[in-house]
Design a protein around this ligand. Structure first.
Ligand SMILES: N[C@@H](CCC(=O)N[C@@H](CS)C(=O)NCC(=O)O)C(=O)O
Length: 377
């Protein structure tokens, strides 16, 4: 079918974690788009040279703007106005939504990548189909090898595998109980939290044969949420009485609380240890304002951090991109008056989440020309 000229174009792949985040947003907001694979000639000829690295998803707007990064893609549409704005207007929900987004699209790569690559013998046929049709058969094996090689620096090892599997089951149980009450994480419409979580829960955990079967059998409501997040508009047939709003009065749904406690346990101390790593790195390396965060555009990590995952020692890569995700929560707090930030932090502390925010730093990560750069002051 020929592409319609007025559509946005999303360069991505069905099995890509971050493409799933952007695609779900485009569908829920009913934004017209077509999806193209990276082997489309335009990607190599026009898109990749402008982005400067092989990375997806990339959005091309009808007027020719090219945007990499799921946050920048979503924010591009939020600025224009959409059916269901995804940043809660109230501070606690907004900060929490960003922390949950981080958990989904960054911390949960452990679960996503473990189930994709550690059980490869059980789903090899499916993975080969995904990568050969997504990247083209000529380079599929190379791309698969590269993805597989990411496991250790995400903290996926022989020793952590059983912990990750138990963690996935707890996630399914806590979210399944929540979706018995509400269709989305913070109420009757999706927030940025849902888009962070759909990243691993669609492409890998909701689709690859082994974890998808666990999800369907153990947590049917989570599986339905995965479908819902890929539907046009709001697919809330089971919740006829729920308004398309976030829960009232900046409250946290009670049904979400066990998930929040679980989430804090799963990402601490790793996240605070990574934040401390960046403090040291900045103090010793003293990069210039505006300098790219890494020597090469495709380099994601600045070094490795010795930390723990559920009591097990791990060495993980420190990716400055995480600051780009989480500093939006800090910006939310910085924009508040008087007692409001304290109220938010006290509520986060009830769940053990107060250590998730990079507060009080004089450096940040910005994006310029689709590359992350340091900013000071
Ligand atoms: N910051 C990016 C992350 C994008 C990303 O890591 N995409 C993956 C695919 S899901 C990728 O292109 N990986 C290529 C590689 O690591 O070689 C976003 O949110 O868009």
């Amino acid at each position: 079918m020929p592409d319609e000229p007025v559509s946005h174009i999303l360069y991505g792949a069905p099995h890509s974690l971050y493409t799933g985040k952007a695609r779900s947003y485009l569908r829920n907001q009913r934004i017209r788009y077509v999806e193209r694979p990276t082997w489309h000639p335009d990607f190599g000829a026009r898109i990749a040279p402008q982005i400067g690295r092989a990375i997806i998803p990339v959005l091309e707007t009808p007027d020719g703007e090219i945007i990499q990064d799921t946050i920048d893609i979503i924010d591009h549409f939020e600025r224009q106005g959409v059916d269901y704005p995804v940043y809660p207007p109230t501070p606690l929900q907004r900060v929490l939504a960003i922390v949950i987004e981080y958990f989904g699209c960054q911390a949960m790569r452990k679960h996503a990548m473990h189930y994709r690559w550690s059980v490869l013998d059980e789903q090899a046929h499916f993975m080969w189909h995904a990568f050969s049709s997504g990247s083209g058969p000529a380079i599929a094996e190379k791309v698969m090898g590269r993805m597989h090689s990411y496991l250790p620096m995400l903290g996926v090892t022989e020793n952590t595998a059983p912990l990750i599997e138990h963690s996935f089951e707890t996630l399914l149980d806590t979210l399944d109980a929540h979706f018995a009450v509400l269709p989305y994480i913070l109420g009757g419409r999706p927030s940025i939290a849902d888009y962070g979580m759909i990243a691993p829960l669609f492409a890998h955990l909701g689709r690859d044969p082994v974890p998808a079967e666990i999800m369907k059998k153990r947590a049917p409501r989570v599986y339905r949420w995965v479908e819902r997040m890929n539907a046009p508009g709001l697919d809330v047939v089971e919740y006829p009485d729920t308004a398309a709003e976030f829960v009232a009065d900046d409250a946290i749904p009670q049904s979400l609380e066990p998930f929040l406690v679980y989430m804090a346990e799963d990402m601490c101390p790793e996240l605070p240890d990574k934040l401390a790593f960046f403090d040291d790195w900045i103090a010793t390396q003293r990069p210039a304002d505006g300098a790219p965060v890494a020597d090469k555009p495709h380099q994601r990590q600045l070094g490795s951090v010795a930390t723990h995952y559920r009591g097990e020692p791990i060495e993980v890569g420190a990716e400055p991109y995480l600051l780009y995700v989480l500093q939006r929560a800090v910006d939310t707090l910085d924009g508040l008056d008087e007692a409001a930030p304290r109220r938010v932090m006290e509520t986060l502390a009830r769940f053990g989440l107060e250590r998730a925010l990079p507060l009080g730093r004089d450096y940040r990560v910005a994006r310029e020309n689709n590359i992350e750069v340091w900013r000071f002051g």
